[in-house]
Design a protein around this ligand. Structure first.
Ligand code: GUN
Ligand code: FE
Length: 418
């Protein structure tokens, strides 16, 4: 089936560039993009048309680091630093997902919230519960959110009510992977929570599984001073945090490492050399006062960077708000550096939250030809003067001011889901 969408198209093909196709036509064949045209070619003139008139049509958002079972604690416990925040709020909240009915209710709501906010692809942490993780994957797939979900592994330094033995962790991981065969657009990703939560034996076993099953990996890296000091105590033979993952075989292309606030030049070089992606979570880093990651420097050094909301360390599920926070954090970093490092522009932050994220899933920049459409349609009707502004100005304003209700349509995997 051929469909045509009409509106103003904007996308960021590379860091810092913004392409616009005003008053254009996007042609879809069975949900896949044929092309974007300034004038609709004659051969498509009879196709079903959806007219978004003067609205902005943008690539949908990618959130490459968030914790699904922390959704119920959004906006709470933010006055604590990371390790206290985990002890006092996070583990207790995640432990509730041992109840499948609770998991079903919360995860259905979360999946819907992601779509309403225009996030269509994710890399997500679940809890350590296999059943709740499968429920999460089902709910995401049903709502139209695709990407990766990980059953969390944690067999040490965790509270009695929320931990697993090494053997149990291995057994449950294998059961989970077997059950994952039934999913199509939501796939498994191995997820050691972070080095303090995983014994050396479990880490190495996960490294073997990653290789045998050809699975991607996600975890946390160099987020907070106390965490880094703890890792140093736990793994004295590792010069740097990243080596605790590398020695287990978990440091490889398709590995996602959240935060990297304190990754120094050598750790950043290891990311670049091995093709590990740094997931920048500005809102979370500021909320729990972890620090501000050197994103501009990482980009200049050739590290692949994408954005994460990191809910519930981050309090915003809406990736436009995460982009705003990314820009503000980068400006703070600039001031802190004595105005030496550059900040991130709106188009650059947008690139990190769309193109950089979707490339992790193998997608081309923007609305890639032959690929299933992932797009959001924004109508900023409640804001004044759209007619007098350039598309670039409207784009900037949309990044700063759009609310979920302004996202009037969302396409995911080629289907309209909002
Ligand atoms: N490090 C280990 N677990 C977590 C978590 O749940 N959130 C964040 N931000 N950092 C972590
Ligand atoms: Fe996190």
């Amino acid at each position: 089936m051929i469909q045509v969408l009409h509106g103003n198209f904007l996308y960021t093909p590379s860091l810092g560039t913004l392409e616009t196709v005003p008053d254009g036509y996007l042609v879809l064949q069975d949900g896949r993009t044929v092309g974007i045209f300034s004038e609709l070619p004659e051969r498509f003139s009879d196709a079903e048309r959806t007219d978004f008139k003067n609205a902005l049509i943008l690539p949908a958002f990618t959130d490459l680091h968030l914790h699904a079972p922390q959704y119920p604690m959004l906006g709470m416990g933010m006055d604590l630093p990371l390790l206290d925040w985990l002890e006092r709020y996070t583990f207790r909240t995640e432990a509730r997902f041992g109840d499948p009915d609770y998991a079903r209710r919360i995860y259905r709501e979360l999946a819907q919230k992601l779509i309403e906010n225009g996030t269509t692809r994710v890399a997500m942490f679940s809890s350590l519960h296999t059943d709740a993780t499968l429920i999460l994957m089902e709910e995401l797939e049903n709502a139209g959110v695709s990407g990766y979900v990980g059953k969390v592994s944690m067999d040490r330094n965790s509270p009695d009510y929320y931990t697993e033995s090494t053997e149990q962790s291995k057994r449950e991981t294998l059961r989970w992977l077997k059950e994952c065969e039934r999913f199509r657009t939501v796939r498994p990703i191995l997820t050691p929570r972070f080095t303090p939560s995983c014994s050396d034996g479990l880490m190495r076993w996960l490294g073997d599984v990653a290789r045998e099953y050809d699975l991607p990996v996600q975890s946390h890296l160099s987020e907070n001073h106390s965490e880094i000091a703890w890792v140093k105590e736990l793994a004295p033979s590792c010069e740097r945090y990243w080596e605790t993952y590398a020695r287990a075989g978990l440091w490889k292309p398709k590995t996602l490492m959240a935060h990297c606030v304190y990754s120094d030049e050598i750790e950043r070089k290891a990311m670049r050399d091995y093709g590990v992606t740094a997931i920048h979570c500005a809102d979370s880093n500021i909320n729990i006062a972890s620090g501000t990651a050197p994103v501009r420097q990482m980009l200049e050094e050739g590290v692949h960077v994408a954005l994460g909301s990191d809910i519930a360390g981050g309090a915003q599920i809406n990736m436009l708000e995460v982009m705003q926070m990314t820009i503000r954090a980068s400006k703070f970093k600039r001031m802190e550096s004595g105005w030496k490092t550059d900040f991130l522009s709106v188009a650059e932050a947008f690139y990190l939250g769309t193109t950089a994220g979707s490339s992790y899933f193998g997608a081309k920049p923007g609305f890639g030809e032959g690929e299933p459409l992932h797009a959001v349609v924004i109508e900023e009707g409640r804001l004044p003067d759209a007619d007098r502004l350039t598309l670039r100005e409207r784009f900037e304003r949309a990044v700063y001011l759009s609310k979920p209700q302004d996202i009037v349509a969302v396409y995911a995997e080629g289907k309209r889901v909002k």
